[in-house]
Write a protein that binds this ligand. Structure first.
Ligand code: B12
Length: 356
């Protein structure tokens, strides 16, 4: 049974779930001269649109066929080139998807319609005067409640609240809309000195155990047998942060993927060996904010040289996003754990059906 004050705090927290963070400032697009146009116009390649909006290339292509939007131009090589206005509209679409709308409802809408939907659906995220660009979709009231539990070492309340939210909202939603901002909150709390290192460890352990229990119950529900892709989850040698990976694992479990989890800081040679021996289809890696550019790019480069070409490499984490433009071509950037669902669907769609 939950106490009344806890229920009140949880309701407050729940009220604000589903609110999305402001998108980061857009990078300037390239100016590409078009053969069919006398003037040069600003366009984005599909990879740039994916990085900027967080919408996958496969999703963009599917929407083009299904909804007639986005409708890119073609550059002189025949590659898709998205005008700037379409990228702006896609950003609005992404924010509404994050807030829980379905693609069929929002993709065909005009900018004005999207904007008015957003005005109704998304409360502005309040800033507490923080220096950080990253603002979590949790209200200040909800932040206070969680921080209070953390600072009073009430891991029992944290555990119960997380479990309740998973029951009410489902594991996928809770991972993306509550746990991700909570990690940010804990990191900031530690940075400000409001939380000590042992409290950060307590939080990590509590979260890990709640999420592992939730994964086990998804697996046990046995609605579908475990299927491909066969996924290996780990981090490269210098990376000790594993919560991003655990969140991704929740979504792989919800998609009934076969999973192998090596934990963090695995030597490159061992990752390669595991990929071969376990006949892995997708290698999922995470690079937290702590990872340097060198950690990210050198680790990935070494893997690219040694992995079989048929293996997909999906990466997430703050540092992977930070160095998105420098990632090797073959690497697929995932902005949030929930991106796993779309990518798994796209991966399955790409597989040639087996003849009996
Ligand atoms: C828990 C934690 C720890 C734990 C980790 C335990 C564990 N088993 O994971 C411990 C205590 C060990 C730890 C240690 C350290 N930490 Co620490 N830690 C954190 C904290 C709170 C969460 C870490 C985490 O897992 N983040 C990863 C996820 C949750 O966040 P993300 O990178 O933004 O990823 C998102 C998406 O991209 C996606 N995603 C991530 N990976 C993947 C993968 C796939 C496949 C997919 C689909 C999606 C996906 O999911 C996330 C949510 O949306 C963060 C705060 C934060 N904002 O991250 C600090 C943080 C990362 N730590 C930090 C620091 C400084 C340290 C330490 C140096 C000191 C310390 N805090 O004690 C050491 C360094 C250890 C090392 N050598 O790596 C700093 C890094 C700052 C910087 N820019 O350098 C942070 C940001 C805290 C802060 N605000 O300053 N830490």
């Amino acid at each position: 049974m939950l106490s009344l004050s806890m229920q009140a705090s949880m309701e407050k927290s729940q009220k604000f779930l589903g609110k999305i963070a402001e998108s980061k400032k857009m990078n300037a697009p390239k100016v590409i001269p078009k053969d069919d146009l006398s003037t040069a116009i600003q366009t984005w390649s599909i990879a740039e649109v994916e990085r900027e909006t967080g919408l996958g290339k496969d999703t963009l292509r599917v929407w083009e066929r299904r909804y007639g939007f986005p409708l890119p131009l073609r550059d002189r090589l025949g590659e898709r080139a998205y005008p700037h206005e379409q990228v702006l509209r896609l950003r609005l679409v992404k924010r509404l998807l994050d807030a829980g709308h379905r693609p069929g409802k929002v993709v065909p809408q005009t900018v004005e319609q999207l904007q008015s939907l957003l005005d109704g659906a998304v409360e502005p995220v309040r800033s507490a005067g923080r220096k950080s660009n990253v603002q979590p979709p949790l209200s200040l009231e909800a932040q206070d409640a969680w921080l209070q539990w953390l600072s009073e070492d009430r891991t029992d309340l944290i555990r119960q609240a997380l479990q309740q939210q998973i029951i009410r909202q489902g594991l996928g939603t809770v991972v993306d809309q509550l746990i991700a901002p909570l990690c940010w909150l804990v990191g900031e709390g530690w940075l400000r000195g409001d939380l000590s290192v042992y409290q950060e460890h307590l939080f990590t352990e509590t979260l890990q155990s709640v999420l592992r229990e939730a994964i086990a119950s998804v697996d046990a529900s046995g609605q579908t047998l475990q299927q491909r892709p066969r996924v290996l989850l780990t981090t490269t040698p210098t990376e000790q942060h594993g919560l991003g990976l655990l969140m991704a694992e929740c979504h792989f479990a919800l998609e009934s993927c076969v999973r192998f989890v090596l934990g963090t800081s695995t030597p490159i040679a061992d990752i390669v060996q595991a990929v071969r021996q376990l006949e892995i289809d997708v290698l999922a890696l995470s690079f937290s904010a702590y990872a340097s550019r060198r950690d990210v790019l050198e680790g990935l480069q070494q893997l690219m040289e040694q992995l079989p070409p048929t293996v997909d490499v999906w990466v997430g984490g703050a540092a992977a996003s930070m160095f998105a433009r420098a990632l090797p071509e073959r690497v697929q950037l995932m902005r949030q754990p929930g991106d796993v669902s779309v990518q798994v669907a796209a991966w399955r769609a790409r597989q040639v059906p087996q003849t009996p």
